[in-house]
Design a protein around this ligand. Structure first.
Ligand SMILES: Cc1cc2nc3c(=O)[nH]c(=O)nc-3n(C[C@H](O)[C@H](O)[C@H](O)COP(=O)(O)OP(=O)(O)OC[C@H]3O[C@@H](n4cnc5c(N)ncnc54)[C@H](O)[C@@H]3O)c2cc1C
Length: 478
């Protein structure tokens, strides 16, 4: 095995060529995630058994090799890119799913994807609500590591709310279990929750026990149109104040609506021009949905300039397809996107709408914004042309102003994507020095040699200064 250092040669001897890949195609595929900023690893490990991960980490500690865990690489932040090289652990072969239909739990390995987990739960009459738009591709391990959310977050919660227990390996290579397959567990510190959202820096998740809830029997979808963003956001607050909890409450500003319209070649809301839109879905038992539907229709008549209920699931699916199209369609406004996923408290919606209108004017950039109104998680997309120096600078200034405003309004610089590389310049806007030091102390305690996902979260990295690969990923423009 010439050409490799001693550590990689030992890794290959211990785990074999089926598990340890060093061919160019494997290294290239593991070099980047959806941020498309590449860093070449030296080897890619594709474990077939969970114990093999302990072997990798023990060896990595002995030889001080950086290790980055990878689910499917759908993260948009650079969190899964091997910034310091070394070894990438690709989790996709560890993908078993088993439903315990009596207990309402799913036992899954970390490489299992979300869509098949949901399908297995549904087939057993249960429901796993966390639903990132990337669910056909992303893994539960990645969802745990990023505390992924999605459209259902406002009513049901995010990944954290559905994790009963986790197992896996500490960065040092020791096996640990946080919790058991029981709904109550009060034995010791809750390190399970420390792993959730730790972005592959505090341990490698190999398996999880997920909480399931009964599958909703009925759904109802409504499309509503508003004069502008301020009117839409104010109307949403009146709905929540009336204690209505839609399963989904998606907002599209006028720019996002225009993007969706040019992508589909059809008006989002026939007969309505230049409107902000809210798409609502109610879910529950048939009688629950019937009852809340009456209240929602009264609300729509009062606050929206127009509304239209889907007649059946096929029509509802058409409406959701429009929502899914708007993100990819934004590339007509610029070849590059700073895709932010901030969270705003509801009380600050009006102030945020005013700020956003001002930011669009002052930056001169298109900033289409859409997102989940029931939990305040908005996707603010700052579009620019990379080769245009003035636009790139304007984007850099705009993202900084956005993050400062979000924190000033009591919000979060990330609601579901995490920090990775992309948000490292803003971590210290959100967190005080004492908070950052506490996080670094935890990292040091669990990973004394700093081998797991180094160079992320705390080390500042300006993504907009780095060229990105011109590759098309399977989930682009979805
Ligand atoms: C089109 C598109 C739509 C998206 N929509 C959403 C959305 O609606 N909601 C949302 O929350 N996110 C969304 N995302 C972001 C992304 O899909 C999520 O962050 C997802 O959780 C990443 O999962 P993954 O398996 O691809 O993980 P990766 O991207 O491979 O890794 C992400 C992070 O998790 C770590 N990690 C992965 N597996 C493990 C493990 N087993 N143990 C420890 N650490 C691990 C990695 O080291 C890395 O830090 C979207 C992305 C795209 C491209």
């Amino acid at each position: 095995m010439p050409g490799f250092d001693a550590a990689t040669r030992e890794l290959m001897r211990r785990l074999g060529a089926d598990v340890v890949r060093t061919d160019v195609a494997s290294l290239d595929a593991a070099a980047y995630d959806s941020s498309k900023i590449p860093f070449r690893p030296e080897a890619v490990v594709k474990p077939r058994r969970e114990e093999q991960i302990g072997v990798v980490l023990a060896l990595a500690n002995r030889h001080r090799v950086p290790v980055t865990v990878r689910g499917r690489g759908t993260t948009l932040t650079g969190a899964a890119a091997p910034r310091r090289g070394g070894w990438v652990i690709d989790m996709l072969r560890l993908n078993r799913i088993r439903i315990d239909a009596e207990a309402g739990m799913a036992h899954v390995q970390a490489g299992a994807k979300i869509a098949p987990i949901q399908a297995a739960a549904e087939a057993a009459g249960w429901f796993y609500p966390p639903d990132p738009s990337s669910k056909a591709y992303c893994t539960i391990g990645g969802n745990v590591a990023c505390n992924a959310g999605g459209m259902h977050g406002g009513k049901y919660g995010v990944t954290r709310d559905f994790i009963i227990a986790l197992r896996g390996f500490l960065p040092t290579g020791e096996y640990v279990e946080w919790g058991t397959a029981t709904k109550k567990f009060a034995a010791g510190f809750n390190l399970r929750d420390l792993w959730i959202g730790s972005e592959g820096m505090l341990g490698v998740v190999t398996g999880a026990v997920l909480k399931l809830i009964p599958r909703p029997a009925a759904r109802w979808t409504l499309l509503t149109a508003f004069k502008d963003e301020t009117a839409a956001l104010a109307a949403a607050r009146t709905l929540f104040r009336a204690r209505v909890q839609p399963a989904i409450c998606e907002f599209l500003d006028r720019d996002s609506v225009h993007c969706a319209e040019s992508a589909t070649g059809r008006p989002v809301f026939a007969g309505q021009k230049d409107r902000a839109v809210i798409l609502l879905e109610l879910a529950g038992t048939a009688s629950e949905v019937r009852e809340v539907k009456t209240a929602v229709l009264a609300w729509a008549r009062r606050h929206a300039v127009a509304h239209r209920a889907a007649r059946d699931r096929a029509e509802a699916e058409e409406l959701w397809a429009v929502r899914r199209k708007c993100s990819g369609a934004m590339f007509e406004l610029g070849d590059s996107k700073l895709n932010e996923d901030i969270t705003i408290p509801m009380r600050s919606y009006a102030a945020f709408a005013t700020f956003l209108a001002g930011l669009k004017r002052s930056s001169g950039l298109a900033i289409p914004t859409f997102g989940h109104l029931a939990d305040g998680n908005l996707h603010v997309n700052i579009m620019y042309h990379r080769a245009d120096r003035a636009e790139s600078c304007a984007a850099e200034v705009a993202v900084d102003q956005l993050m400062r405003k979000v924190v000033a309004l009591g919000g979060a610089i990330s609601g579901e994507h995490g920090i990775g590389l992309a948000k490292t310049p803003f971590l210290r806007i959100q967190h005080s020095p004492a908070q950052v030091q506490a996080m670094q102390a935890v990292k040091k305690a669990l990973d004394p040699k700093g081998i797991l996902n180094p160079g992320k979260m705390f080390d500042i990295f300006h993504v907009w200064q780095h060229p990105r690969l011109a590759v098309k990923l399977p989930w682009d423009h979805k």
